[in-house]
Ligand binder design. Structure first.
Ligand SMILES: C[S@@+](CC[C@H](N)C(=O)[O-])C[C@H]1O[C@@H](n2cnc3c(N)ncnc32)[C@H](O)[C@@H]1O
Length: 208
């Protein structure tokens, strides 16, 4: 198996065996993400990509709010199937099955949203691939919203090691070319009732 196939098999297995509504990161209402989108000034005319969006209800909520250009990228077909099964109008979202570490986009978006994906990139070469993709996929002046486990968050998730970030470390990790517009923390309560500490940052891509 290639690295990509191994990663896809891992995530497919998690969604299949645990269930899209029982995985630890599941949230029935993406309140925090919606608030952060509002904070960066996104609205129905904004194009948004949810990186590693999985079976999150976020895309459906955005379509309900009138967003007309919403894309979800994930490596797991199981997750994308579960997300689509939940929507009244799955055709209103662009679904992209791809490994973000290898994917080359053919367009740009105004908003990049990542909840709980970047912290799985524990190797520098993978974080470099993420940064390259972010630069390729985000429009100049666009906004990136990235949420990871906080410094007091879990040390692993879904059987994989994770990195934990303070806002300052996360901003530094994303590197030059962005201006921070906000950062902070939030608690996620898992379907089994555990509280997980998250860090979020919102960054504006510098204009050329
Ligand atoms: C912890 S889950 C978070 C899912 C979603 N963002 C949410 O908040 O519900 C991580 C997601 O990232 C996806 N993922 C992990 N590695 C990936 C990769 N290399 N490329 C694309 N998606 C990936 C997984 O399939 C999974 O859906």
């Amino acid at each position: 198996m290639t690295d990509m196939q191994t990663r896809a098999a891992h995530w497919d297995e998690r969604y299949r065996t645990v269930g899209a509504d029982r995985v630890s990161w599941f949230e029935p209402e993406p309140h925090q993400s919606l608030a952060l989108l509002q904070m960066v000034g996104a609205g129905p005319s904004s194009s948004v990509i949810d990186i590693g969006g999985g079976a999150s209800p976020l895309a459906g909520c955005l379509v309900e709010q009138g967003y007309r250009d919403v894309s979800v990228l994930d490596i797991s077909q199981e997750a994308l199937d579960a997300a689509q099964a939940r929507l009244h109008r799955p055709g209103a979202v662009t679904w992209i099955k791809a490994d973000l570490l290898e994917w080359v986009p053919d367009r740009r978006w105004q908003v990049w949203h990542d909840r709980a994906v970047f912290h799985f990139l524990t190797e520098e070469r993978d974080r470099a691939a993420y940064r390259l993709l972010l630069h390729r996929a985000l429009e100049p002046g666009g906004a990136a919203i990235i949420s990871t486990f906080g410094e007091a968050g879990p040390t692993s998730c879904s059987g994989l090691p994770v990195a934990r970030y303070s806002p300052i470390r996360l901003i530094a990790e994303i590197g030059p070319g962005f201006t921070p517009v906000g950062s902070g923390g939030f608690d996620h309560v898992t379907p089994t009732g555990l509280t997980q500490k998250f860090t979020w940052v919102a960054l504006r891509a510098d204009l050329p």
